[in-house]
Design a protein around this ligand. Structure first.
Ligand code: ADP
Ligand code: MN
Ligand code: MN
Ligand code: MN
Length: 346
C-alpha cells in the first residue's frame, strides 16, 4: 500500500523564516513503522535561501512524525531538520541548537506553553479577513471582539474550528483557542511540553493553519502589527516553568528567573521576532521594547506572573515579549539558557 509522507521544513528566509513542504510516496517495500523508516531526502536549497545554485542540495532529516489529519490514514506529516551536504546542521537549523541545550539541562524538567496569535486575511493579502478596503469603513473600535460570538464580531471561525480539529486529529497538544481583541485575529495555545516538542508542534500547527487556509480561501499571517493605530498587535506569549518553579514555594525560583531575564533583555529581543518594535509600544497590553518590567498579574509587563501562580506560590511565568512571527526554537533556547544555563549570547 502507498503512504504519502509530507516532508515539512523551515526555510532560510530572513528576517522571518517560512514553512516549506513536499510529498513523497513510499511503497510497501518501505514500511513506515517508526521515524527511522522515513528516509532522509533532499531538496533544492537554492530555492529556499539555504544554498547556492552551484551546490544546491540540502538534506531533510525527519525528526518527528504525526498522522496526517488532511489526507487521513495511513499518511503522515514528517517535520524535518535541514542538514548541509556534509550532514552537519544547516545554519538556518535552529532546532539543532535547542536540542543540544535541552540535553544539557534535562534535569530542570522545563516545560513550555506557547500562545500563538495570528491574523486572517483574504487571499489577496491586503486587509484582514472581511475588513473593507476603506479605512473609514473599518470595524468599530476594539472592545467586543475578544472571545466574542456572532458573525458581526468574529471573522473566520470556519477555518479556526477546522484547524483545531485537524491539530487534535494529528495528536498535537493544543491547549485551547480564542478570538482575539482585533476582529479576524485569533489565538491557539500549544503545550505544556518540553522545549523541542513544543517548538516542533507549534511549527506543525502553523503549517496546518496555512494548509487548511488554502481550502477556505483565507490566509493566516503572523505579522506582529497587522494594522497601525489603535489595534492590538499579535504576539506569542511564552509560558515557561522548571521543576523548581512548579514545586511548592517555587514562586521564589520564578522571581529569581525574572531577575536573570532582565539582564539579557537586549539579547532576547534579537531573537523574539522581526518588527516587534512596532508591537511593543507600551500600549495595547504590552511593555515598550526598551523597558523590562516584571509583575504579578500585570498585562503591561514584559514578564507576567499569573494570578493563580501567585496564589499557589508556585507554577510558571509568562514572557509576553515574543512576537507572533518568532522562531520557537530560538525563544525556548533563550529562556532555557538564561534561566537555567550561563546566560544567552544569541
Ligand atoms: P493567557 O491568560 O495569558 O491568555 P492562556 O490560557 O492563553 O493564558 O495560555 C497559558 C498557557 O500556559 C497554556 O496554554 C499552557 O500551555 C501553559 N502552561 C500551563 N501551565 C504551565 C507550566 N507549568 N509551564 C509552562 N506552561 C504552562
Ligand atoms: Mn492566551
Ligand atoms: Mn492572546
Ligand atoms: Mn498570554
Amino acid at each position: 500500500m502507498e503512504r504519502i509522507v509530507e516532508y515539512i521544513w523551515i526555510d532560510g528566509q530572513e528576517p522571518t523564516k517560512k514553512l516549506r513542504s513536499k510529498a513523497r510516496v513510499l511503497r510497501d517495500d518501505h514500511k513506515v513503522l517508526g521515524l527511522l523508516n522515513i528516509p532522509i531526502w533532499t531538496f533544492d536549497g537554492s530555492s529556499t535561501s539555504q544554498a547556492i545554485t552551484g551546490s544546491s542540495d540540502c538534506f531533510l532529516k525527519p525528526v518527528c512524525k504525526f498522522p496526517d489529519p488532511i489526507r487521513g490514514e495511513p499518511h503522515v506529516l514528517a517535520l524535518c531538520e535541514v542538514l548541509n551536504s556534509d550532514r552537519s546542521p544547516h545554519p538556518s537549523n535552529t532546532r539543532a541548537h535547542l536540542v543540544a541545550t535541552e540535553e544539557c539541562l534535562k534535569h530542570e524538567e522545563a516545560l513550555f506553553g506557547i500562545e500563538q496569535e495570528y491574523t486572517l486575511y483574504d487571499t489577496n493579502g491586503g486587509r484582514p479577513y472581511r475588513w473593507p478596503e476603506e479605512r473609514t469603513a473599518f470595524p468599530r473600535p476594539q472592545g467586543p471582539y475578544y472571545c466574542g460570538v456572532g458573525s458581526d464580531e468574529v471573522y473566520g471561525r470556519e477555518l479556526v474550528e477546522a484547524h483545531l480539529k485537524a491539530c487534535l486529529k494529528a495528536g498535537l497538544m493544543i491547549a485551547g483557542i480564542n478570538a482575539e481583541v482585533m476582529p479576524a485575529q485569533w489565538e491557539f495555545q500549544v503545550g505544556p511540553l518540553p522545549p523541542s516538542a513544543v517548538a516542533d508542534q507549534l511549527w506543525l500547527a502553523r503549517w496546518l493553519l496555512y494548509r487548511l487556509g488554502e481550502d477556505f480561501g483565507i490566509s493566516a499571517k503572523l505579522s506582529p502589527k497587522p494594522i497601525d493605530g489603535d489595534w492590538n498587535g499579535a504576539g506569542a506569549h511564552t509560558n515557561f516553568s522548571t521543576k523548581g518553579m512548579r514545586d511548592p514555594g517555587g514562586i521564589k525560583v520564578i522571581e529569581q528567573a525574572c531577575a536573570k531575564l532582565e539582564a539579557f533583555h537586549k539579547e532576547h529581543m534579537r531573537v523574539y521576532g522581526a518588527e516587534n518594535e512596532r508591537r511593543l509600544t507600551g500600549k495595547h497590553e504590552t511593555c515598550d521594547i526598551n523597558t523590562f518590567r516584571w509583575g504579578k498579574s500585570n498585562r503591561g509587563a514584559s514578564i507576567r506572573i499569573p494570578l493563580h501562580v501567585v496564589e499557589a506560590s508556585c507554577g510558571y511565568l509568562e514572557d509576553r515579549r515574543p512576537a507572533a512571527n518568532m522562531d520557537p526554537y530560538e525563544v525556548c533556547r533563550a529562556l532555557l539558557e538564561t534561566v537555567c544555563g550561563n546566560g544567552f549570547k544569541g
